[in-house]
Design a protein around this ligand. Structure first.
Ligand SMILES: NC(=O)c1ccc[n+]([C@@H]2O[C@H](COP(=O)([O-])OP(=O)(O)OC[C@H]3O[C@@H](n4cnc5c(N)ncnc54)[C@H](O)[C@@H]3O)[C@@H](O)[C@H]2O)c1
Length: 371
């Protein structure tokens, strides 16, 4: 029995969206909890490969229909939404099947393992007039939102350079699992962590178009079996070869003349440990977001000249958790709106194209144009 309540309809003015969630790991269970908690949706189906966890989540969250395979969930004709929290290589086949059978899709990042597959997903969303949204949840942090509002007042002048990074001391997720195989993940920390800080930076900068990148990548620790982290991977290690990078650094040029240095590492012999940073250098001011080990306060610094003297301001912005829930609430609102324009995954596709160009630049040791 589903748990649709009259209250849910009253709260939003719409009947709750019927949602199927695929994946039982961190991502899938976070989607499940967010959709369950929000008044505009009810989770009626859940899929995943771990039978005990499937039964436990199904029973504790009162999900009536449980499946081992995503194909059986997507085949249901009574779902409005499919929510994807599975290894990266499965995002494309699941999204295509869901969009082509008339469902809206909420997908984990990255949209796909490469730009070509991501473009097919965006095209399918447009053709079927369905919403395709990606879980770039970190942009919903309160400090990022504060910065976004601050930048709207143009206090930095023109931002000519951005530094964006997510760096770990020792945090390769599941050495030997799907995370560290090019075929299943599409890449290493760049596609995993770098795509989040790239998203935050592009969002803050008002979406300039990237025109070229020049990048380097290394995999000294991962290939030697060092730098493993404690991220729990649902399927466990599958004994796959480590054939992705564990460190990337890229210089990106934008169509407005500005530039960005993007760095991502899963492991390196350095001080950084779960260190997230986005620093904006402007013609009359600067701003820095620095999240040290998932800090929830003290993350913002603003730089300006005040009465001619270099000055520093540290806004006191507290960061509650629950960023996935905020993104999923936006997704539900987009589905409920009749106008889905701009909600077909276009922003995520731009990020995938940049990531593609970075990997190509690493492979070919040259600057790569993005057309
Ligand atoms: N936005 C974020 O903050 C965030 C955080 C972690 C992971 N992610 C993303 O979420 C996705 C999953 O990551 P995770 O850490 O939860 O991985 P995980 O390995 O812990 O979980 C993957 C789940 O997919 C299921 N699955 C695999 N094949 C399946 C199939 N054929 N049918 C049905 N289910 C299947 C597995 O059973 C498992 O439950 C990835 O795309 C990752 O990049 C995003």
């Amino acid at each position: 029995m589903s748990h649709i309540t009259p209250d849910a309809e009253q709260a939003t003015g719409f009947p709750p969206l019927r949602v199927g969630v695929i994946g039982l790991g961190f991502a899938g269970s976070t989607h499940l909890d967010a959709f369950t908690a929000l008044p505009g949706a009810t989770v009626v189906a859940l899929a995943g490969k771990e039978p005990e966890r499937l039964a436990e989540l199904g029973s504790s969250r009162r999900v009536p229909h449980l499946y081992a395979d995503w194909e059986d969930l997507v085949a249901r004709d009574d779902l409005d939404v499919v929510s994807i929290g599975v290894p990266n290589d499965l995002h494309h086949p699941i999204a295509m099947a869901a969009l082509n059978s008339g469902k809206h899709v909420f997908c984990e990042k990255p949209l796909a393992i490469n730009g070509e597959l991501a473009a097919q997903m965006v095209e399918a969303a447009r053709r079927n007039n369905r919403v395709l949204e990606v879980a770039y949840n970190h942009r919903r942090r309160a400090d990022v939102q504060y910065l976004r509002g601050y930048l709207d007042e143009k206090p930095l002048g023109s931002v000519y350079h951005t530094r964006a990074s997510w760096l770990r001391r020792s945090g390769i997720p599941g050495l030997g699992s799907w995370f560290t195989s090019k075929a299943t993940a599409g890449g290493g920390p760049l596609i995993d962590l770098g795509s989040h800080v790239l998203d935050i930076a592009l969002y803050l900068l008002d979406e300039p178009r990237a025109i070229s990148v020049s990048a380097v990548g290394h995999s000294e620790l991962g290939r030697a079996g060092r730098g493993g982290g404690n991220h729990r991977v649902s399927g466990g290690a599958a004994g796959l070869d480590f054939d992705v990078e564990d460190f990337t650094s890229a210089l990106i040029r934008f169509d407005n003349g500005s530039s960005m240095q993007l760095e991502a590492s899963w492991a390196s012999y350095s001080k950084a440990n779960e260190d997230i940073e986005v620093e904006l250098l402007g013609s009359v001011g600067g701003a820095r977001l620095h999240v040290d080990n998932y800090a929830t306060s003290g993350t913002l610094t603003l730089y300006a000249d005040v009465a001619g003297a270099p000055s520093i301001v540290s806004p006191d912005v507290r960061v509650p958790s629950g960023h996935h829930k905020a993104v999923i609430a936006e997704f539900i609102a987009a589905v409920q709106s009749n106008d889905h324009a701009g909600h077909h995954g276009e922003f995520a596709l731009h990020r995938s194209r940049i990531v593609d160009a970075i990997y190509q630049s690493i492979l070919e040791s040259r600057e790569v144009a993005i057309v």
